[in-house]
Design a protein. Sequence first.
Length: 124
Amino acid sequence: MRGIISPIDSTTQEEQSDRLHLESQVERAFFEAGKALIELRDRRLYRFTHKTFDRYCLDRFGYNRSCYYQLVDAAVVVDNLQKCPQFVDILPTAKGQVRPMTKLEPQEQQEVWLKTVELANYTH
């Protein structure tokens, strides 16, 4: 196992807590990016520098239309999943995990994610 080191006894509880928090932020990065893009688009905050949101995303982030739509769609799905109490700690960590659910209704998204978690035999 390359790149994995055994736990160091001197690791403090605070350091472990910080690591878990930061790992969670990395896992949720696609969600945060999608939420930010939604706000930038909906509030038209791009208009100060660009005529279109498409051009803004391409120039500022290197995102073509397909890329930013995937992030926005993924953020919407995660928002819908967060409304279901069973998923508080069991949310997607990558946009690819929610991509197949983007065309489903919110209730169906929750049902599909619940089944996915069950099939993964997730125990928390």
